[in-house]
Design a protein around this ligand. Structure first.
Ligand SMILES: [Ca+2]
Ligand SMILES: [Ca+2]
Length: 539
């Protein structure tokens, strides 16, 4: 593939797992403050639009993943394995040898309790994982799935009406707790956050799009990059704690997409400052944990595909739990079988993420997971409205909650996956029947300035990440951070047990749809005021 083979330049390094070729970048810790564009006039980005389809095809064209028998994407050249405790190194190697002639044990990565077995890229990882999983020395083995942010990009708009925050009864909750989570750290496992002013020196190599059209090499570039002013504005840099990047393997989890910055805005956008949009728990500390690669991370040479992989996400969860995060927001997911609880060896299940989630809850973390955007999608062989694998895991753990999306009329958002694993609902937005007023708006990059790979090659130019506006997205990605923010306020109020937070949120949710818990809304719409009042706090 173009992206990997163009990385022979000096400075190419391999990450600790020996698998991912990491591109070269230099971060100059000096840069200008952002330009706030306010109203962004832009082309439509609606689902199914020419731009959205182009983006999806380009992501596929640049991807070096394999497509498994079920149609699910996963990484070539490696599988994840968890050996049983007290299995000696020699027995581990014997098990690997019997599963794969080329298999080799990679050095253990930081923040992992599992290992990576590298295999020849021509070998079938599904076969190797299945064979390894049958070895007595092995607790589980799995392929490395591709996991995506769960948003549907949409028309950008200025923030005139954030229907989503009053809907969950936030104003009363802020009366109860004006400090809004100031002692709580929320880890955002996502595409990174626009959290500092820097200059980014990278080399832009050529690539080919889905139609084979060549995009020219732009050579070495200095790209401006700024903190989102409504997230980290002047005087607020101390709210960012323990940032880490599992795509570039360094401590600068810069968002090159906009998704992580948007999600973080819903959790904790600076509020009551007379500017822009508000966030739920606007005083929380934020821990950016980058586990999802954007298109630019692929073009810059740090990732083989857009999105994240099970091992990176599992390590990100453990990292957040080990570094003081109390709430983990995971606006991401992937599709798979409905029965991972009873058949965890299905190659499309993810025992490595389940183990990491159980570890995080054991360390006192409350975790919020997107319920999935696949209600109208068909993923063979799992059919229409396939199960969201990580959300299904959430439903089996007290202290991890899966979140469906509602539209501005508290109806089922058309994309929001349904199933027995849905636990609670929150505003995810919809443009169907609501036009652009139904979107969830937060400050993030002006995508006309960042997504230049969507232009024809003759107009392709370096991106700039220093111009921000109030942009509308929809998805269960957007619903999830509402619940993370309310959970942060509960934890600030003294409810420290993750299982107790889940109970409280579900018990005080406003029932929607069929009476009682149902597969569309779970226990209902999260209600910030009722959850805080559930503690006996009147207001
Ligand atoms: Ca749960
Ligand atoms: Ca109901």
């Amino acid at each position: 593939m173009v992206i990997a083979t163009c990385l022979v330049a000096a400075g190419l390094v391999l990450d600790v797992s020996g698998q991912t070729a990491v591109g070269v970048r230099r971060i100059v810790e000096a840069g200008l403050s952002a330009v706030e564009a306010g109203v962004i006039a832009g082309e439509s980005h609606t689902p199914g639009s020419r731009e959205a389809l182009k983006r999806a095809r380009l992501a596929d064209a640049l991807s070096q993943d394999r497509v498994g028998r079920s149609g699910i994407r996963y990484a070539s050249g490696r599988v994840i394995v968890k050996f049983r405790d007290q299995i000696a190194g020699g027995s581990q190697l014997e098990a690997i040898r019997s599963a794969s002639p080329s298999g080799a044990l990679a050095p253990r990565a930081p923040h992992a309790d599992f290992d990576i077995v590298t295999i020849d890229p021509v070998e079938d990882p599904e076969e190797v994982a299945r064979a390894l999983g049958q070895e007595p020395a092995v607790e589980y083995a799995q392929v490395v799935h591709r996991i995506h942010a769960l948003f549907v990009p949409n028309d950008p708009l200025y923030a005139s009406a954030q229907w989503n925050l009053p809907m969950i009864n936030l104003e009363k909750a802020w009366d109860i707790q004006p400090q809004a989570g100031s002692s709580i750290t929320v880890a955002v496992l996502d595409t990174g956050i626009a959290y500092k002013n820097i200059t980014l020196d990278v080399t832009l190599k050529s690539f080919r799009d889905d139609e084979g059209v060549l995009y020219p090499a732009l050579g070495p570039q200095s790209i401006p990059y700024s903190a989102a002013p409504q997230l980290v504005g002047s005087g607020h840099s101390s709210r960012i704690v323990a940032p880490h990047d599992f795509i570039w393997n360094d401590d600068s989890p810069l968002d090159f997409d906009g998704h992580g910055t948007h999600v973080s805005g819903t959790i904790g956008q600076l509020t009551n400052d007379g500017v822009g949009t508000a966030g739920v728990a606007f005083n929380v500390k934020l821990m950016p944990v980058k586990v999802l690669a954007s298109m630019w991370d692929v073009i810059f040479g740090a990732a083989r595909s857009e999105g994240g992989s099970d091992d990176q996400i599992a390590r990100g969860i453990r990292y957040a739990a080990d570094n003081g995060a109390k709430i983990l927001n995971m606006s991401l997911g992937g599709s798979g079988p409905p029965n991972c609880a009873t058949a965890p060896n299905n190659p499309d299940c993810s025992p490595v993420i389940e183990a990491a989630l159980r570890y995080a809850v054991g360390k006192g973390c409350f975790v919020v997971v997107a319920g999935g955007n696949e209600f109208e999608d068909t993923v063979p062989p799992y059919g229409k409205n396939p199960t969201s694998v990580i959300a299904e895991i959430a439903s089996r753990i007290k202290g991890v909650v899966s979140v469906a999306a509602v539209d501005p009329a508290k109806g089922h958002a058309y994309y929001s996956s349904t199933g027995s694993y849905i636990e609670i609902a929150a505003p995810g937005g919809s443009q169907r029947g609501f036009s652009s007023s139904g979107l969830v708006r937060q400050q993030t990059f002006d995508f006309d300035r960042t997504d230049t790979f969507l232009l024809p090659p003759s107009q392709y130019h370096p991106p700039r990440f220093d111009i921000f506006g109030y942009v509308g997205y929809i998805g269960t990605s957007m619903a999830t951070p509402h619940v993370a923010g309310v959970a942060a306020m509960l934890m600030q109020q003294g409810v420290t047990d993750p299982a107790a937070i889940e109970d409280l949120l579900e018990r005080t949710a406003v029932d929607l749809g069929a009476p009682g818990r149902d597969d569309t809304f779970g226990f209902g719409l999260v209600d910030a005021r009722a959850a805080l009042r559930g503690l006996g706090l009147a207001k």
